[in-house]
Design a binder for this molecule. Structure first.
Ligand code: GDD
Ligand code: MG
Length: 338
């Protein structure tokens, strides 16, 4: 069994973090999230994955080099963005003539992939979409099914805040479902391929799950996922490295339980941190306060600064004494005061 993991989006809602690090490579409890996605696939018997990204492609090189064991990674070229559907069509020559998994690369879940595959086989579907129930479908693809689970309609990003079952970003697809779509074109699986299959009467089924499920696409959800992992709501991520071994935390600093501190990050005396994620190599000056924030790798927070719900890009700097909330500081930039 093979899989395609979609890792080529720009992660715009997670800027400035994703200006330098693609979303699937952002750390979740100090380890690139993509490791977790691949480990999960391996647990369900996937031995080969196909990946491509037109965005920050070179940053995947070190990840692939450090990754060992199952599944084997086949990296293919996507010289310009092909969209979710186009990236899958582009991967077809590297897949087999049998159903394969497709995963959005930003979903933290403990979905039973083996049960999904069994369900797919039992219905004779050409594609099966995992569905999760939400109160507000606007950020997702709203999927309506009949009593037997057959998909009647796929509506990406509905305008109204309706409750319902939504696309959870994990599919089983039979190659025959993609016949006729040209390779190299920009295609959306959500807006084009699924509606065409459904409209053409091909059997597409929904697999409803109540497994843990979180799209890491916004700073709020990225932090929320950390809390869920640290509180044990989802397993498979090692929380013993919450404070990296080689991080330096002054004994007088107060670091809350829902805080992650990356390798070689230094936290000075009397700093207070709550509900935040600090990536590797950050420096937090004496007496600073950080709450509900994400500090990109190598960012610097000056002494006495106070940050609430802020996101700092890689190497961003906040001057001493600055107080800010909801601030975004681009990679390498100084936070502008005032
Ligand atoms: N290779 C490649 N090329 N990957 C891409 C491209 C591309 O051009 N564009 C997006 N991706 C990848 C992203 O990296 C991400 O892993 C995945 O495709 C989905 O893109 P997002 O940008 O995260 O989409 P979304 O969160 O707004 O919506 C999608 O996910 C929801 C579930 O979280 C849709 O599939 C919705 O229908 C779904 O409900
Ligand atoms: Mg997403």
């Amino acid at each position: 069994m093979k899989a395609v993991v979609l890792v080529g989006g720009e992660g715009t809602r997670l800027r400035p973090l994703t200006e330098t690090v693609p979303k699937p490579l952002l750390p979740v409890v100090n380890r690139s999230f993509l490791h977790r996605v691949l480990d999960h696939l391996a647990e369900h018997g996937v031995h080969e994955v196909v990946l491509s990204s037109p965005y920050l492609e070179a940053t995947f090189g070190p990840f692939i080099a450090e990754r060992h064991g199952d599944p084997k990674i086949t990296w293919i070229t996507e010289s310009h963005p092909l969209g979710t559907g186009g990236a899958i069509v582009n991967a077809l020559p590297f897949l087999d003539l049998e159903p394969f998994f497709v995963l959005n690369g930003d979903i933290l879940t403990d979905l039973d992939l083996s049960a999904l595959l069994s369900f797919h086989r039992s219905t004779g579907a050409v594609a099966t979409i995992t569905l999760s129930t939400v109160d507000d479908a606007r950020p997702y693809g709203l999927v309506a099914t009949d009593g037997a689970g057959r998909v009647l309609e796929f509506r990406e990003k509905p305008a109204d805040p309706v409750p319902g079952t939504v696309n959870a970003g994990t599919y089983v697809i039979d190659p025959s479902a993609l016949e006729g779509w040209p390779s190299g074109d920009m295609i959306s699986i959500e807006r084009e391929i699924y509606p065409a299959l459904i409209g053409g009467g091909r059997p597409v089924f929904g697999f409803v799950t109540d497994a843990y499920w979180m799209d890491l696409g916004t700073p709020e959800k990225y932090l929320r996922a950390h809390v869920d992992v640290l509180q044990g709501r989802i397993h498979g991520i090692d929380t013993s490295v919450r404070i990296a071994d080689d991080a330096f935390v002054d004994p007088t600093a107060a670091v809350g339980d829902m805080v992650v501190i990356g390798a070689e990050t230094a936290v000075a005396a009397r700093v207070r941190i709550e509900g935040s994620v600090l990536h590797a190599g950050c420096m937090v000056g004496e007496g600073a306060r950080i709450e509900g924030s994400i500090l990109g790798a190598g960012s610097v927070v000056g002494a006495g600064a106070e940050l609430r719900r802020c996101v700092l890009g890689q190497g961003a700097r906040v001057p001493a004494g600055m107080r800010a909330s909801e601030m975004r500081v681009p990679s390498g930039a100084d936070a502008a005061s005032g």
